[in-house]
Design a protein around this ligand. Structure first.
Ligand SMILES: Nc1ncnc2c1ncn2[C@@H]1O[C@H](COP(=O)(O)OP(=O)(O)OP(=O)(O)O)[C@@H](O)[C@H]1O
Ligand SMILES: [Mg+2]
Length: 255
């Protein structure tokens, strides 16, 4: 379980807090959706989950984040990476291997998993995201959408208890978006937790997360079942969020 307790965070050199007094728990066997306008603190929230904040990003943090009972301030990022896999909004910033295959095998290897098992994890992860055929290519030679799926495969192969994914559908075609839904549901079936940040509300509605959070200026302004959150069309619209089409139609026909 990940427990965020009364957490606020202000990046060094800025005057406004990016996260303001947030309290929330993320459990295994659940999919969470996080939505909110640009700059509302979604990516910052994810950085808190695996210790990038406060270990890599400088600033002022208040409150505590506990991952399986361990305070992220007291754990190293390497330790936390075994528990929470984070896919960045712009994943290409982190590729460092010569091939797609090596890139994905780095995670399991660094966890000390033996080579037979690593091979199996890498194959499985690359097949899941549809990149097995491209395993000998350079990560840098992939298209934008493929790069995003590669970064997802890197995290899948580590079999962490939690997966936090920033904007998974960016650059993805319809088939890939559909397969991402199956991947995330499969992870939930395995008892692991999934936290998805996205602007793609149509896709999110199809994914149907167990809980949906709405962020605004660093605070959680709404949380609940997607059906309830999406039905609050006025509330979403005042935050610049357009609810899924289905909900707009529903409100128009008064049902
Ligand atoms: N490294 C940083 N240094 C300073 N300020 C930052 C940094 N990263 C984010 N911020 C600021 O913190 C606030 C929250 O940013 P964050 O990236 O979490 O928003 P977001 O909800 O992910 O937005 P988007 O939808 O554009 O991805 C913004 O005001 C942003 O400018
Ligand atoms: Mg972001």
């Amino acid at each position: 379980m990940i427990e965020i307790k009364e957490v606020s965070f202000r990046y060094e050199g800025t005057s406004a807090s990016a996260i303001r007094d947030i309290t929330i728990e993320f459990e295994g066997k659940k999919i969470y959706g996080v939505i909110g306008p640009n700059g509302s603190g979604k990516s910052t929230l994810l950085r808190l989950l695996n210790g990038l904040i406060p270990h890599f990003y400088r600033g002022e943090m208040k409150g505590r984040v506990l991952v399986d009972g361990i305070d992220t301030r007291e754990a190293s990022v390497a330790q936390l990476a075994r528990k929470v896999g984070l896919v960045f909004q712009n994943p290409e910033h982190m590729f460092f291997s010569d091939t797609v295959y090596e890139e994905v095998s780095f995670g399991p290897k660094s966890l000390g998993i033996n080579s037979d098992e690593t091979r199996e994890l890498v194959r499985q992860a690359l097949e899941e995201v549809g990149l097995w055929e491209m395993r000998n290519r350079s990560p840098w030679s992939l298209s934008g959408g493929e790069m995003k799926r590669l970064s997802i495969a890197c995290i899948l192969a580590m079999k962490t208890g939690f997966l936090a994914v920033d904007e998974p559908t960016i650059g993805q075609d319809s088939l890939s978006k559909e397969s991402l839904i199956q991947i995330f549901r499969g992870i939930r079936e395995e008892g692991r937790g999934v936290i998805i940040v996205t602007h793609d509300l149509e896709w999110l509605e199809e994914l149907n997360p167990d809980i949906l959070l709405v962020l605004k200026r660093g605070s959680i302004i709404n949380r609940g079942r997607p059906n309830d959150v999406f039905s609050d069309i006025r509330g979403l619209a005042t935050n610049g969020l357009i609810p899924p089409y289905k909900y707009i139609i529903k409100s128009l026909i008064g049902d």
